[in-house]
Design a protein around this ligand. Structure first.
Ligand code: ZN
Ligand code: ZN
Length: 338
């Protein structure tokens, strides 16, 4: 076996991002496969780990959880073929706890999240159990496939409500998840309003299709919606979600807000329903996400803003942290030297 050097991106400590060299020598055993990564998406939670804003993050940690690639080696018990194109499930589940047994693998009691509290996948080759691999169809480009994981978060949230033709939907927060939620809601025929405090986001939203984009003050107290998807993850946004919801309506929270004070009386009097939604069911929500991404009418290309070679990781993270762009991707097989 020829051992070669690989690059990996490590968050050494909050605000300290490094490109390390490691060796490719790890051989997959049992049901493991070795995946040669093509693209990785930078997510809001990657930025939170980098900034030191996630309480359950561990340091140092190899970054990254939105990952696609090709299987280049396999252990004897893996059912996948070498050469298979795949997407990775970056949240582990035990399969044995009470929650897993109820099918709630997304809230497994022993869940570990790649790139947050266990080493992630921003490395050129990753060895991982076949349990966390889903093959992707040949017709789906890797650029689109890297959106499977973040889109599955939205698919799961939408499974808790009924968004259909002409449903009035508000999305609060136009980060990566908010943009994907706006894209999916409008794809499903809903009348979508995307709300953000940063007007720089409005151009991105408009690229997704016929979606109204506005500041919170333009709608709060003026208009209500059947369904509100809270994707900003701020106290202010969670509190205002109630003002934005029509009587009998639903709020789905996907943003991670530590605390908020909610006007419960208004929820009671207006019979509002508030639901939390965390990550996704694997593989079902992944499969749904793949189906949407395969449809040329789904505006996936408009969600992606830039693709950088792995060696430009600093610029890529800076761009993502600025918060003015759509999804930023890293190309793991492109290395650039000045
Ligand atoms: Zn993510
Ligand atoms: Zn479990």
């Amino acid at each position: 076996m020829v051992v070669h050097t690989l690059f990996e991106i490590v968050v050494k400590e909050p605000k300290k991002l490094e490109l390390h060299e490691c060796e490719s020598s790890k051989i997959p055993v049992g049901d493991e496969v070795k995946v040669k990564l093509t693209y990785g998406g930078i997510c809001g939670s990657d930025i939170s780990v980098f900034k030191g804003n996630l309480p359950h993050a561990k340091y140092p940690v190899r970054a990254g959880h939105e990952l696609v690639g090709v299987i280049i080696e396999k252990g004897p018990d893996s059912r996948f073929e070498i050469g298979a194109r795949c997407v990775i499930l970056p949240n582990t589940f035990c399969g044995n706890c009470d929650r897993c047994k109820k099918g709630l693998t997304n809230i497994c009691r022993h869940k570990q999240s790649l790139g947050i509290n266990v080493d992630g996948g921003f490395v050129q080759e990753l060895v991982i159990s076949s349990k966390y691999i889903l093959e992707i169809p040949d017709e789906l480009s890797f650029e689109k496939a890297v959106l499977i994981e973040p889109l599955a978060v939205v698919v799961h949230a939408f499974s808790k409500v009924n968004i259909k033709q002409d449903t009035e939907v508000a999305i609060t927060g136009c980060g990566n998840e908010g943009l994907l939620a706006a894209a999916l809601a409008q794809y499903l025929g809903a009348k979508v309003t995307a709300i953000d405090i940063n007007p720089a986001k409005f151009e991105l939203v408009k690229r997704l299709g016929k979606i109204r984009a506005c500041l919170p003050e333009e709608v709060i107290g003026r208009k209500t919606f059947h369904i509100v998807i809270e994707a900003a993850g701020t106290k202010y946004s969670a509190e205002n979600a109630i003002q934005l919801t029509e009587s009998g309506g639903d709020i789905v929270l996907i943003g991670l807000v530590n605390e908020a004070s909610l006007p419960i009386v208004q929820m009671v009097r207006n019979e509002l329903t508030m639901k939390g939604s965390i990550i996704y069911q694997f593989p079902n929500d992944y499969q749904r996400a793949i189906d949407y991404l395969l449809d040329p009418n789904f505006p996936s290309e408009s969600v992606i803003s830039n693709i950088y070679p792995i060696t430009d990781y600093q610029i890529a993270y800076e761009m993502a942290a600025l918060g003015n762009s759509g999804k930023i991707l890293l190309n793991f097989q492109e290395e650039k030297y000045e």
